[in-house]
Every structure is written in structure tokens, then in C-alpha cells.
Design a protein around this ligand. Structure first.
Ligand code: CA
Ligand code: CA
Ligand code: CA
Ligand code: CA
Length: 245
């Protein structure tokens, strides 16, 4: 097992702190307008200060067998997560195809890396351009995504992990990369989805956790939609049985 990040995968670039923070304020405003929120929003359950200075792979279509990143977090008090917001960009041509499928996964902790899967929500979501660019050769737009998750009850002062995994298989010239929050910070990654987690202290990654009450206009999780179809099917069968009596 390699202990260092392969050079080709490590696509971090350095930026001054002031510029991304200034742009982040603009991005928050435009995102709010885009979602059409008119009432005051409750404070998030958990958030990390955006500091877009690097990115790391988070895509089934990355590398030969996909790759993903996970970031660890602790909550100050018990909470049930119902919505997640995260940011990322698309290399190499900055031409994403929306809506885009993601798996949003929460894990417990296994000695400093993701352990057991606590909840996985499949969503299809369209990114909102934050107005922030990360330039490496060309200017890559940083997109923000928000989606409802399966309600996930988490306990205070306990380490958990969050990992968004895109699937850009139908976009041949771009893969999705999750962007950073503050640095340094602990995270973990897989350069091959069938491989083991590798622990790193390079950076935090940008995400925000909310309860279901603060969810914006987001698509229904695929898993919930499938559950709905299943229930509809059962109801139909029950009605047919009833009519045959
Ligand atoms: Ca593309
Ligand atoms: Ca831009
Ligand atoms: Ca791709
Ligand atoms: Ca972390």
C-alpha cells in the first residue's frame, strides 16, 4: 500500500486565502437567490468554512476503477441529518452534464478512516455555479449541490465520515472532484474503489449538514422514489386481490 498520494491524482493548487473567501460570500448570495429562499434559514447542523484551494477525486468514473474521498466530522449535539450541501468541479474540460447521479454516504469511524456504512442515499442533482473559479490551466467553475438524504440519526462527540461519489460515466471528457475547505485537516481517500482507504491530513473538504426542515428544492432520493414505487405496487396488488373476491 502506497502511503503517499500518487502525483497524477494530487491536483491541488495554491490560492491566497482572501480571494476565495470574498468570492464565497457572493456565491452564498447567488445560491440563495437561485433556490428562491425567502424565509430565514436555520443554522446548519454542521458546516466547514469554504476555502477552495484544491480538489480530490470523488467519481466512479475516475482512474481505472473509480476513486473517492471521505471527510470526518463530529457534531456538537445529537441530530438527524436530512440534507447535505457539497461543492466540486469538473476536469478536464469544465463541461458537466446535469443532472448528475451521486451516492451520498455516511460511515462510522474505524480507527481514523471510514468504517461501516450507516446510510447511503442515491440522488440525481443539478449543480449551481457558485461563481468561484479554480484555475489550473483553464478556469474550472466550482458548483454547489444540495440534496435530501435518508434521515440519519447521529450522536454528539462521535467521529463520522461523509463521502459524495459522482458517476460521470456518460461524460467522457470530465470527472467530478470534491473541493477543499480549510487546511490542514484529516480526510481519507481511495484511488481505486476496490482498494483500501488511505488516511491523509492534507485538508478538510467542503460540505454542510442540515436537518430535513431546511432542505431546499431538491430531487427526491432515488431510494425513496423506489420505495414509493414498491408501495404503489403493493397497493395495486392488494386492490386487485380485493376486487377478485
Ligand atoms: Ca463534459
Ligand atoms: Ca466561472
Ligand atoms: Ca467522466
Ligand atoms: Ca476532516
Amino acid at each position: 500500500m502506497q502511503s503517499t498520494i500518487p502525483a497524477r491524482s494530487q491536483r491541488f493548487v495554491t490560492r491566497s486565502l482572501a480571494q476565495p473567501l470574498g468570492l464565497a460570500l457572493t456565491a452564498t448570495l447567488s445560491t440563495t437567490l437561485a433556490f428562491g429562499i425567502s424565509s430565514a434559514q436555520a443554522a446548519p447542523i454542521f458546516s466547514q468554512t469554504p476555502n477552495v484551494s484544491g480538489w480530490f477525486l470523488a467519481d466512479r468514473d475516475a482512474n481505472l476503477n473509480g476513486g473517492r474521498s471521505a471527510d470526518e466530522f463530529e457534531l456538537a449535539s445529537d441530530a438527524t441529518i436530512g440534507s447535505v450541501t457539497w461543492r466540486g468541479l469538473f476536469t478536464g474540460t469544465n463541461t458537466p452534464i446535469f443532472p448528475l447521479d451521486f451516492d451520498l454516504t455516511f460511515y462510522d469511524d474505524n480507527g481514523g478512516e471510514p468504517g461501516r456504512v450507516l446510510a447511503n442515499t442515491a440522488v440525481s442533482v443539478t449543480g449551481v455555479d457558485t461563481g468561484i473559479d479554480l484555475t489550473s490551466g483553464i478556469a474550472f467553475d466550482v458548483f454547489e449541490f444540495t440534496a435530501a438524504t435518508i434521515p440519519t440519526a447521529l450522536t454528539a462527540n462521535t467521529t463520522y465520515w461523509f463521502s459524495p461519489l459522482a458517476d460521470t460515466t456518460n461524460d467522457g471528457d470530465d470527472d467530478f472532484w470534491w473541493v477543499t475547505a480549510t487546511r490542514p485537516g484529516n480526510y481519507a481517500f481511495k484511488s481505486d474503489l476496490s482498494g483500501s482507504w488511505v488516511q491523509s491530513s492534507f485538508s478538510e473538504f467542503y460540505f454542510e449538514l442540515d436537518d430535513a426542515g431546511t432542505t431546499n428544492a431538491v430531487p427526491e432520493p432515488t431510494s425513496l422514489a423506489l420505495l414509493g414505487l414498491g408501495l404503489a405496487g403493493l397497493a395495486l396488488r392488494a386492490r386487485r386481490r380485493w376486487s377478485h373476491r
